[in-house]
Design a protein around this ligand. Structure first.
Ligand SMILES: C[S@@+](CC[C@H](N)C(=O)[O-])C[C@H]1O[C@@H](n2cnc3c(N)ncnc32)[C@H](O)[C@@H]1O
Length: 280
């Protein structure tokens, strides 16, 4: 019978790990290109490298990273250490036919957002002008450009490392004729008054960026894809009221199109996205 990767990992590590520690071996990991990231329990730290070697061999990757503290700061950077393998962790991750060049030691890649990356691939129309206010390495901008082929995508990014990968990924996916990377704070660099669709893929006080999102819309009319972390019982009321509050300031109406749950973020807290139409 074919063994699962995890069964193979347990069988191999049982030759050197004390039996009472085997149950602590992580059965969840993120595989991004040739790099695997996992959360290694403290009790296994003494075996970090040899355990990492087994995961690298079974999962056929060049490097294994230990997630020390999730994602932090405005740039949303991972807090990781190399457990095993090459410390040169730049790699190309292929998802839904899109190639993402990335260094998982320096840039986040959330597998939990995969469904939304796929959904974004089909939301835009050929007439659309899209502004992605938090583009990162092109998580949403690339699928939109490759599959929906809108008129234009302006992809804003403030982190110079993420911006560098964004520019390389635009070339790698051959969408340089459609995607224009904009380096800097989106409040300063996002093009105003031209868009039909704006993406706010950011979870830290996203409502603070609603004014710039409305200013990006042509005549302040169009579609917003607005992300927020929300207690289950406040979906969609809480994010909708944030949007309506700012829309009222600009004498605009809000029509709710869809509410998508992207992932559970914490107990009873969901990462959701609201598609809304801003009208006069
Ligand atoms: C969580 S990441 C990308 C999220 C992506 N939209 C997604 O949901 O998969 C957010 C990105 O926004 C960038 N960012 C944060 N504040 C920004 C700002 N004021 N202007 C432009 N980019 C910003 C960060 O550097 C980071 O790369």
């Amino acid at each position: 019978m074919v063994q699962t990767p995890y069964e193979l990992i347990k069988k191999t590590t049982s030759t050197f790990l004390p039996s009472e520690l085997l149950s602590l071996l992580p059965d969840k990991w993120e595989k991004i290109g040739s790099v695997v990231t996992m959360k290694l329990p403290r009790e296994l730290h003494a075996y970090k490298e040899i355990v990492g070697k087994v995961y690298a061999e079974v999962l056929e990757v060049a490097s294994v990273l230990n997630d020390l503290g999730g994602i932090s700061g405005v740039f949303r950077e991972p807090v990781v250490e190399v457990m095993y393998g090459s410390s040169q962790t730049e790699t190309i991750h292929v998802e839904n036919g899109i190639r993402f060049m990335i260094d998982p030691q320096r840039i986040m890649f959330s597998s939990g957002n995969m469904g939304e990356r796929r959904r974004m691939a089909s939301v835009a129309s050929p007439d659309d002008i899209v502004v992605d206010l938090f583009a990162g390495i092109g998580y949403f901008s690339l699928p939109i450009a490759v599959y929906s082929k809108p008129k234009k995508v302006f992809a804003c990014e403030i982190n110079p490392i993420a911006y560098e990968y964004l520019c390389r990924n635009v070339v790698l996916n051959r969408v340089g004729h459609l995607v224009e990377p904009c380096f800097g704070d989106n409040r300063l660099v996002a093009p105003k008054g031209c868009a039909s669709r704006v993406i706010l893929g950011y979870l830290h006080d996203p409502w603070e960026f609603l004014p710039v999102a409305l200013q990006c819309l042509k005549n302040m009319v169009g579609v917003l894809h607005y992300h927020e972390l929300v207690p289950v019982e406040d979906i969609p009321r809480q994010p909708l009221s944030h949007i309506e509050c700012v829309a009222t300031e600009y004498d605009r109406q809000v029509e709710l199109i869809t509410v998508e749950k992207i992932k559970s973020y914490a107990p009873r807290i969901h990462h959701v996205v609201l598609d809304v139409r801003i009208t006069q």
